[in-house]
Design a protein around this ligand. Sequence first.
Ligand SMILES: C[S@@+](CC[C@H](N)C(=O)[O-])C[C@H]1O[C@@H](n2cnc3c(N)ncnc32)[C@H](O)[C@@H]1O
Length: 303
Amino acid sequence: LATLAPKPGEIYADCTAGLGGHAAAIAQELAPGGTVMLNDADASNLERAEARVRSTLASDAGVTIRTLHGNFADLPRRLTELGLAADLVLADLGFSSNQVADAARGFSFSRDGPLDMRLNQSARLSAADLVAGASEGELASMLREYGEEPAATRIAKKVVRARAQSPITTTGRLAEIVREVVGPMRGGIDPATRTFQALRIAVNDELGSLEAFLAGLREGAARAARGGAGSSWLRPGARVAVISFHSLEDRPIKRAFGELVKEEVAVDLTTEVVRPEKEEVDSNPRARSAKLRAIRIADKGRG
Ligand SMILES: C[S@@+](CC[C@H](N)C(=O)[O-])C[C@H]1O[C@@H](n2cnc3c(N)ncnc32)[C@H](O)[C@@H]1O
């Protein structure tokens, strides 16, 4: 809230509405007269976020709530088509706690369920399809690249041998296969963690989506800084923040933001990356790896 500094009447685009926690807090600052644009790949989360934002706003707040179901990679284009220019943009990457907790969604290696992992349930490819169809080499490089898994080659070999006996269709069976290769839990981290992260990133093309969003940001920021109001999906002076959870995400964000700052299209709002304080991590351990970076798009009028 301090970094994005929402003001009454502004337009807020939430790329990853999730359970609506951030959106509800920001929406209250937009009254009277602001707009909240909620976007999520997960249709059920989008519904929850909308209900949460609605329920936290006073009846006379006058804040407009709109929803978009889809990948945030398409958000710049969709906002442009709607003729909307955002003053505030937030992307809080990855998955939400309810998605992991629901065994039927297939994100969890500790709860047995179908090997699914699709954030968008209308997407075609599930994790089971990927595990069934990828070659041993493709599996190994996916685990290495997206999971930074040192045992990638051995896990890929074992997966290929196991799937020849019977298809790997559950999270429990995949986790067992990985544990057989990597060995027992170490330092409280399940050995299947890296494999599951890699598969989730691949199934949802998470890095490709982030790159596409950052390309849209680059273009929108340059237009806004150059052309002023009406020329971009971003308003001159817009604040844009991204929260990431691992270095594969943080690196491209740092690079893209750094380039915009260097080109004087934006200024840095977080010269040092913002990390959660100890109290936050104690009360919410999932926040431990979070990193927040933010920029403000240049505004010719204000500099
Ligand atoms: C960490 S949660 C967001 C939590 C939210 N900020 C809140 O306060 O409740 C991430 C959300 O982003 C969504 N998501 C992840 N990647 C996405 C993408 N490429 N496009 C759209 N939504 C995405 C997930 O479905 C999930 O609901």
